[in-house]
Structure formats: C-alpha cells, structure tokens
Design a protein around this ligand. Structure first.
Ligand SMILES: Cc1cc2nc3c(=O)[nH]c(=O)nc-3n(C[C@H](O)[C@H](O)[C@H](O)COP(=O)(O)O)c2cc1C
Length: 246
C-alpha cells in the first residue's frame, strides 16, 4: 500500500532542479511513448494504482488553481451497466452531447482526422469501404475497448470555455500519470455523446457538463488496434512568425 507520506508527496509535489544540466530522460520517454490504447487486457487496475494516478494527475495546472474537473470512476457492475446503456442509446437515439461538437472539419484538420481513422482501419484489417466493419469498430468505444474501468470527466457549466482548457491540461496529466504506473489510457469523447444514458447509471452532478471519458487498463500490445502510430506535423509559427523570434 502507498504510505501516507508517499501519497502526500504525490499530492503536494516537490520542486525539482531546473536547468540545462537537468533534463529528465524519464519524462521524455513518457511523452514519446504515450498512445491511445484501443484494446485492453482483462486485468483490473488496483485501487491503490488508481489513487496514485489521481494523486499525480492533480498536479495539473488550472486557471487560478480552480481545479474545475470532477472525476467519477466507473468499474465493476456500474461499468457493465454503462456499456449496455451506451450501446442501447447508440442504437435507439441521436447523439445529444452537453459540450458542443464541431459541425465540420476543414482542410488540414479533415486530412489529419481521416489519416488517423484510415491508420486504425488499416491496422485492424478493415477496408475503407466496409461501413459495417467501421461502425462495429466505432462501437468498441462504447465497450471501453475492453478496459476494466473508466473515468468520466465533468466540469461546472457556469465556468465556460476556459474550464475546458483546464480539463484538457488535466487529461494530459492523467494520461501521463497513468502511463508512469504502466497503465494505458484513451480519451473518449464517444462516451459523452449520450449523456442521458450515462446519467441513468452514474449520478453525475446536474450542474456539470459531461466532457468525455477516459478508459484505463493494461494494454494488449499484440492487438492490431494498438499496432499503428498516429503522425504529427512539424510545429510551425503562426502567420508572419519567425524563428528565432526577434
Ligand atoms: C478530447 C479527445 C477526445 C477523443 N475521443 C476519442 C474517441 O472518442 N474515440 C477514440 O478512439 N479516440 C479518441 N481520442 C483519441 C484521439 O483519436 C488520439 O489522441 C489522436 O488520434 C492521436 O493519437 P494518439 O493519442 O495515439 O497519439 C480523443 C482524443 C481527445 C484529445
């Protein structure tokens, strides 16, 4: 078990030494190796590991240190109930997310979106024209890709868009914290498309909006859905930007 002291160290943090002589190869590896896991082993994540992950993720920055995220753990019977409600909702109703989703993707955004989708289909042996197989793969989202548990992330509605920036930062911390304990993750907006189904199973706060879910577990690294890597564009400065900046 985590001792009270270890736990306090994770929550309170410790300021490391910053400077060119103090780069952190462990941190670099963590960032390079993170990926969205779409097939998990049938192996639970212990309560202790989950608590340590949440302790560490709480080190995330937020505007004025408001820490506006609420995290709800779903596992065991509630996990099973959530999956069956989500599958039924996807079959019987239209998506009604509480956070606005993009109406369309344009230009490079659409290209990158397609690229990620095609890479997944290719690795899973799904023909681009096979709409049934693509739909079945998409439904795997609602089965949490086999993960033993998920966290649902909500945010107070009254705080507006900047709270979503805070949540984004938090989610990255959560993913990297999990990975540092050997636990793989995937962020899933797909789990927020039918909030009424989620709220039937999980008593999420009424004055908070469901942003997304994040499934967690030990990765099935031999599964085809985990065999591809998404590409990244070289970063660039905004229009007129120069390097080095003057
Ligand atoms: C806010 C957010 C929502 C996402 N929702 C989903 C989702 O519902 N289903 C899914 O398969 N991947 C989802 N992803 C994962 C992205 O597809 C993935 O991060 C991206 O393709 C880059 O791949 P990588 O995470 O493996 O580097 C989501 C990512 C983010 C940041």
């Amino acid at each position: 078990m985590t001792s009270a002291r270890e736990s306090a160290e994770l929550v309170n943090g410790r300021r490391g030494q910053f400077g060119p002589q103090n780069s952190n190869p462990g941190g670099i590896t963590l960032l390079r190796e993170r990926f969205s896991c779409r097939a998990f082993l049938d192996e639970p994540v212990s309560e202790e590991a989950l608590k340590r992950i949440l302790d560490l993720a709480n080190r995330s920055p937020s505007w004025c240190n408001t820490q506006p995220w609420t995290v709800t753990l779903v596992q065991g019977e509630s996990r099973e109930a959530l999956v069956s409600e989500l599958l039924a909702a996807a079959r019987d109703s239209q998506p009604a997310p509480e956070i606005a989703v993009p109406e369309r993707y344009e230009g490079v955004h659409q290209e990158r979106r397609r690229g990620a989708g095609y890479a997944l289909y290719e690795s899973a042996g799904i023909e681009r024209s096979d709409t049934d197989a693509r739909a079945a793969q998409a439904l795997r989202n609602l089965e949490l890709f086999g993960a033993p548990c998920a966290l649902l992330i909500t945010v107070p509605r009254y705080l507006g868009p900047y709270a979503l920036v805070d949540v984004g930062a938090y989610l990255s911390y959560l993913q990297l914290a999990a990975q540092s304990f050997g636990v793989a993750t995937i962020l899933q907006a797909a789990l927020a498309m039918h909030p009424e189904a989620v709220r039937k199973v999980v008593p999420l706060p009424a004055d908070e909006a469901l942003v997304c879910g994040i499934s967690l577990g030990y990765p099935d690294l031999d599964h085809p859905a985990n065999s591809f890597e998404t590409e990244r564009n070289q970063w660039s400065m905004g229009p007129g930007g120069e390097w080095p900046l003057q």
